[in-house]
Design a protein around this ligand. Structure first.
Ligand SMILES: *[C@@H]1O[C@H](CO)[C@@H](O)[C@H](O)[C@H]1NC(C)=O
Ligand SMILES: *[C@@H]1O[C@H](CO)[C@@H](O)[C@H](O)[C@H]1NC(C)=O
Length: 138
């Protein structure tokens, strides 16, 4: 009986140790919506606003994160078009948070080749990079 309790106790202890000391999983980020407003283009010069919503999941059972400033950068091919910083926040364990970012492409922003894309295909690709430095709170 006592041996059985010790055995069960050590399993429970192992699970607790695993939960608290297992390396935390990274936040999972997905882009849930993207809209473009006031878009204007003349050749390879563009302007407008990219409005994005990201969903960020903290997959951990007990680890809270603190995010420092969030840097959202937009690229077309290799051209860096613009960046927007948003304030950091605390992201509790198991929760999903929305990050809303608007990136302003100021008039005269150069995206080489975009004029051809739009003339030929009527669409173009942007790359979006979200950079967040994460501190583990708990
Ligand atoms: C679009 O851009 C062109 C050239 O930069 C400018 O002349 C025009 O006024 C702009 N149109 C709008 C609606 O902003
Ligand atoms: C955000 O990231 C871009 C691309 O890496 C960089 O050029 C820019 O300086 C960054 N902004 C800040 C405020 O760190």
């Amino acid at each position: 009986m006592a041996a059985c309790c010790v055995f069960l106790g050590s399993i429970i202890l192992a699970i607790i140790l695993l939960i608290f000391f297992y390396p935390p999983g990274l936040p999972k980020v997905s882009l849930s919506s993207l809209t473009v407003t006031k878009f204007n283009s003349t050749g390879d010069h563009i302007s407008g606003y990219l409005n994005m919503q990201f969903q960020v999941l903290n997959p951990n059972l007990v680890t809270d994160f603190f995010y420092h400033d969030v840097n959202c950068s937009v690229y077309h091919d290799k051209d860096h078009l613009a960046s927007t910083m948003s304030p950091g926040f605390v992201h509790p364990a198991r929760e999903t948070r929305q990050i809303s970012v608007t990136v302003h492409l100021t008039p005269g922003t150069t995206a080489r080749g975009i004029g051809d894309d739009l003339a030929t295909y009527d669409f173009t690709d942007f790359d979006v990079k979200l950079t967040i430095s994460v501190v583990r709170v708990r």
